[in-house]
Each structure stands twice: as structure tokens, then as C-alpha cells.
Design a protein around this ligand. Sequence first.
Ligand SMILES: Nc1ncnc2c1ncn2[C@@H]1O[C@H](COP(=O)(O)OP(=O)(O)O)[C@@H](O)[C@H]1O
Ligand SMILES: O=P(O)(O)OC[C@H](O)CO
Length: 496
Amino acid sequence: MSGNILAIDQGTTSSRAIVFDEHQKIAGLGKMEFTQHFPRDGWVEHVPEEIWATALWSAKTAIKKAGVKASEIAAIGITNQRETTIVWDRQTGKAIYNAIVWQDRRTTKLCEKLKKAGHEKLVSKKTGLLLDPYFTATKLAWILDNVPGARKRAEKGELAFGTVDSYLIWRLTGGKSHATDITNACRTLLLNIKTGEWDDELLKLFRIPRAMLPEVKDNADDFGMTDPEIFGVALPIYGAAGDQQAATIGQACFNPGMLKSTYGTGCFALLNTGTDMVRSKNRLLTTVAYRLNGETTYALEGAIFIAGASVQWMRDMLKIIEKSSDAGVLAAKADPTQNVYLVPAFVGLGAPWWDSAARGSLTGLTRNTGPAELARAALESVSYQTRDLIDAMRKDWKGAHDTVLRVDGGMVASDFTMQFLADMLNTPVDRPTILETTALGAAWLAGWKAGVWPDQKGFAERWALDRQFTPRMDEDERTRKLKGWRDAVRRTLSSS
Ligand SMILES: Nc1ncnc2c1ncn2[C@@H]1O[C@H](COP(=O)(O)OP(=O)(O)O)[C@@H](O)[C@H]1O
Ligand SMILES: O=P(O)(O)OC[C@H](O)CO
């Protein structure tokens, strides 16, 4: 059997697919951006048909570009933007409402109400998460409460719920498989991360009918065969994982203490804590890193909502750069004596603040502040936020000390940003040769399950360094800059 694996990576701003060959090298890639809908302040939606169409187009393009026949693909792995919520009609396969995206804040009030009623402790204990609109359950409840007739139909079993992995699996298998994987399921607020099963108490709290939920599987598992109409041949789907967990796998962070951070639209740092479920005292998340052969590995996670999105904001709204890669060039021209801080709380602040009512701020402006200082502040904000996460991780778990950070995602192409990151963390930052680690992680799951790719150890040995960024800034300068950042955050919090 051939060692070609198709990975479908359905992200927040684009869908892409990659065919990796038997040596885990990229043989073909297809990528398409899709429309972001912002119907109201704090609301973010995607059209499910567009998610499907762009994912499918990308998959077919990747196969074509790789110059292989679909029959030469051994298996498919799926990875996706997490928490994004879709409900569809089991009969027609049509979604009953747009996908409510992870960034969407419309359920802030409901979360506050549940918190006031004292439910956060139970929710955190069972799920490792917090009562924040970021997660799926309240978005799903919103759909059931706001689409006429939805709740009744869901109770009768006529509607199906899924995160994007589940929706793609359903579409790819022609409605034959309604499944999800443990890493996506554990982000819904409906799964008990200790047992790995849907939890009746949580379902009752969020008023979610069990009949609409998918089956929860391991990350390398049998998720069904694709409908032969789609690729001309039925292909097995053998892997699925949320994109941040897939990146953890793709970065081969398989040992406790290993840490990766992905800089895409948002930024997500995951620290492997092994089979230990480390409970955060500093408002980080406890999450499933992966479950293989029934054994669960956990991670501590810090989630930042805006990273590369601030670069897109400069490009699309402020129009001070033409393309993302101009940001680093512009930032390098900034006046080093200015202390401008951008706190990009465009959709609230994630870890460790969890302030959904906060909105972005720009401080330290002078008459001489121009686009270059703004670009620098936007790129630097990513490193400051990462520092906040890693400080919290170090307080939570001793295994987080002396670790090297492996980075990936679109934004790590910026050398300026990576150097500043090493300076702020005061720790080396390793950028691998393959930056498509999310897709690679999903591909490994499928390739390993299909028996055509190496095992964990063999795969980890193939991880290759492109460049290591080492800290260059002196301690006084770092301390001064971090203090300025913390002041800026303090002023941005909604309670300030
Ligand atoms: N050279 C660069 N410098 C800074 N930011 C960049 C650069 N290249 C891409 N980006 C940013 O990275 C993000 C895209 O990363 P990607 O991993 O594709 O994201 P996602 O999976 O969330 O769609 C965009 O927000 C883009 O602005
Ligand atoms: O699409 P990304 O890469 O920004 O990832 C989104 C995360 O999965 C949200 O939790």
C-alpha cells in the first residue's frame, strides 16, 4: 500500500489540504480562504456549505498537485478549528443555522448567569475548562433556543450536532458516520475529561439533548469510509484531532514537559503533562492532548484569541500594510524609544484573563507614533501574551520549567516576531522546517493507523529544526517592557 496521506486542515480563515508522501514530505497543497461574517458586535459566523466546499476543493486540489490518483491515498486525517458549532438536519444534511465560530461572544450573558448561579466549579472540575462563551455548549444552546422548532426536533433525534471535524466526517461519508474525536469533544463543555464520555449532569445544565451528539473516538480510529462519489474511490478516514492538538502531535511534543505554540488567527500554547491531569490555579485550561489506543495524554493550554488576526486587521482595516509579511519589515523601522502597546482584546481577552467584555486598546501614543510603531506593537503583543501564558504554566506545574518552545502557524514566518518572542520568554524558540505541523499531525494519526507511517518514536525522530531563536535582550530591558505591557493590560480589563 502507498504511504500517501491526505490531511484536511479546516481553519478559522481558510481551508487547506495537504498530501504528504511516504517520507512525510509535502507532495501537494490546496488552500482557499472563505468569508467571515460579523452580523453584530462580538458575533462571528461561517457558512457551513462554504466550509464544506472549500475543504473539498482543497482536498481535490492537493491530490491533483501531488500528481497521485485518489486510489493511491492510503488514508485521510482531519483537523479543524475547534469549538465552532454546527447543527444540521439528519435527513437533508443541511445546517439549520450558520456555524457559530469559537471567537463568537454572543453567549457572554448566559455564561455570566451560570457563573453567578455557582456552576463554574462543577464545570471546571468535569471539563478542565471555564464558563466562557469561547466553548461550544452555550453556542449550541443558543441555536436550539433561537432557531424556531430546533429544540423539539433535536429532542426527537432529527438534528445532529458537531464541531467542524464531525460535520466534515458526516459530509465525507455521505451521512453514514456521525463521529468526533476526543480532543474536539473535550472542548464542548459537555464531556467529562476523566471518563472521556458525554456527561449527563453537564448535558442537563446546558440543556443539550443527548440524541444529537456524535460518537466520541480515539484520535487514530476508524471514522468511516468516504462516499465513493466524492473522490471516485472510497477512502478510509483514520485520524481526527482539533487543530491545536494536531499541531502538538505534528511537533512531536510526545513527552511530558514539551511545549508548542501555534500562531495563526489566535495563538494556542499546549504543554504536554503526560497521563497526569494538571489542574490550573491560574486560569489555564486542562485539556486532552491526544488519546491513542485508549490511553489519554493531557495538556495544559493557554488560549489567546488574537495573534495573526491583528496583522490581518492592519492589512484589511487600517490598510497600513499590503500583505502579512510586510508587518515585520515595517515593525523593524519603528522608533525604538517609543513605548506603544496594543492590547488586541478585539473579542475580549482569553487566558489567563478570561475577560469577554474587554475590548482592544492602544496606549503610549505620541505625536511621533506612526504605522511602524503600530506594526511593532501588534507583533510584540503576541510575545507578551505568550509570556503571560508561560508564566501561568510555570506556576501551575514544575514540569513547565526548562522547556524549549516549538512554534508553528502562519505568523512564525516573521523573524522579527520570533526573536522578540525568545527575548520576552528568555528561553530558546525552535522553528521547525515543516510549518504545516497541524496538517502533519492529522496525517500522522491517519498514516500510523493505516500502518504506512512510523510509530510515535520514529515520527518524533524526523522532527527537524529550521532555526533556533535565542534570547538577546538584557534583563533590565525585558523587565521594563513587561511592566509596560502589564500596565496596558490592566487599563484594558473591563473591570478597570
Ligand atoms: N510573515 C508574516 N508575518 C506576520 N504575520 C503573518 C505572516 N504570514 C502570515 N501571517 C499571519 O498568520 C495568520 C495565518 O496563519 P494560519 O496558520 O494560516 O492561520 P489560521 O489557521 O488561523 O487560518 C494570518 O493572521 C496572517 O496575517
Ligand atoms: O483556526 P486556528 O488555527 O486559528 O485555530 C482555532 C482554534 O482551534 C480555536 O480553539
